[in-house]
Design a protein around this ligand. Structure first.
Ligand SMILES: NC(=O)c1ccc[n+]([C@@H]2O[C@H](COP(=O)([O-])OP(=O)(O)OC[C@H]3O[C@@H](n4cnc5c(N)ncnc54)[C@H](OP(=O)(O)O)[C@@H]3O)[C@@H](O)[C@H]2O)c1
Length: 327
């Protein structure tokens, strides 16, 4: 089957969009951006062997499949004009340490990680670069190594983390909109990331500990016995962070509504724990614990959930929260 991407808007004549972290989310963008507009950045290659194109099958939300070829950035003579970072939170700082020295200081960097902590660490490490964060409700997964599935149509919000990013958010959104995805400029991206953190903190660790789909947590004693206290801890920490007030009752209703709406879904944390892979717990409940600590607040439920999720992951694979500003 022919590559169905919209060639009419191809990236020729424009700078490239570089994708650092060609996993589920990176390949989703690689498939939807116009043919020729995107390239991926491979893991550092000590042998300096030529890096191959990434070839995979993409399945869109309607179930249609088509092949995608995503070239490696080092084989393309054009310079990247946007850097999308779609590594897991725990890999982000190291991946950027290896990549940014080869990039123009003015290139917008868009961080797609879930949770919080990794984004601030990047902005603090490179305060003079235009660093942005994205919060997305798009869903992508890889049922096998050759296939990437767009599992859920969502929306994406992008906002500035550093001063020099502020004037570049609009042009970056326009550039990424050539994917056909819905993208908004977000003046307060940290606030929006906190909104998503509430849901992730109230669903993901329970699914990982109980090894179950999202909806199955709702009647589980672990969830019923602790979720109110978790929402109280969140509300207290958010208040001390100077965020707009959120009542614990509203958070609970929102968490339960999302768990019901996505009842059959397997969270990324549950799926990582099942495969013995590092989870992003340090950037979700672990981040709340660190912020609580910084304000001298107790966060026993978030602490307990963080420890229990880590117990399910082999010690050697647990990521460390990276960089300054996250404690
Ligand atoms: N998937 C989604 O639907 C979704 C939705 C919203 C938010 N997110 C967030 O987006 C981030 C990525 O999620 P994902 O599901 O796409 O994860 P993923 O499938 O694990 O993809 C991450 C990719 O980054 C690569 N990588 C790690 N370090 C690298 C380095 N130094 N250089 C180059 N590549 C490197 C990994 O390579 P290897 O394969 O070699 O390990 C992997 O292919 C996470 O923070 C997640 O929470 C994902």
């Amino acid at each position: 089957m022919a590559d169905a991407r919209h060639h009419a808007q191809n990236g020729n004549g424009n700078g490239l969009i570089a994708i650092l972290g060609a996993g589920s989310l990176g390949r989703l963008w690689g498939a939807l951006l116009p043919a020729g507009a995107a390239a991926y950045i491979p893991r550092p290659n000590p042998d300096e062997k030529a890096t191959p194109d990434l070839i995979y099958r993409f399945q869109d939300c309607q179930g249609r499949q088509y092949p995608v070829t995503l070239p490696a950035l080092d084989r393309i003579p054009r310079k990247p004009e946007v850097l999308m970072v779609t590594t897991k939170a725990g890999d982000t700082l190291a991946a950027l340490e290896a990549t940014l020295p080869h990039m123009e200081p003015s290139i917008p960097v868009v961080l797609f990680q879930n949770g919080l902590g990794s984004q601030q660490a990047v902005a603090e490490r490179w305060p003079d670069r235009p660093i942005m964060a994205a919060s997305t409700t798009e869903g992508a997964n890889r049922p096998d190594i050759d296939t990437t599935v767009h599992a859920g149509q969502g929306e994406t919000w992008i906002g500035a983390l550093t001063n020099s990013a502020s004037s570049l958010v609009g042009p970056t959104v326009s550039r990424l909109e050539t994917s056909g995805l819905t993208i908004h400029e977000e003046p307060n991206i940290l606030n929006r990331l906190w909104g998503k953190l509430i849901i992730n903190a109230g669903i993901n660790p329970y699914t990982a500990i109980l090894d179950c789909a999202n909806g199955d947590i709702l009647n589980a004693p672990l969830f019923r016995d602790t979720i109110r206290q978790l929402c109280l801890e969140l509300a207290e920490v958010m208040h001390h962070e100077g965020l707009p007030p959120r009542s614990p009752e509203d958070m609970l209703l929102q968490i339960e509504a999302v768990a019901r709406k996505t009842a059959k879904n397997t969270s990324s944390m549950c799926s990582d724990a099942r495969r013995g892979k590092p989870t992003e717990i340090d950037y979700i409940n672990g981040y709340i614990v660190r912020r609580a600590c910084a304000h001298n607040l107790p966060a026993p439920v978030n602490q307990m959930l963080t420890e229990q999720v880590k117990r399910r992951t082999p010690a050697s694979q647990q990521p460390q929260p990276n960089g300054p500003g996250v404690t």
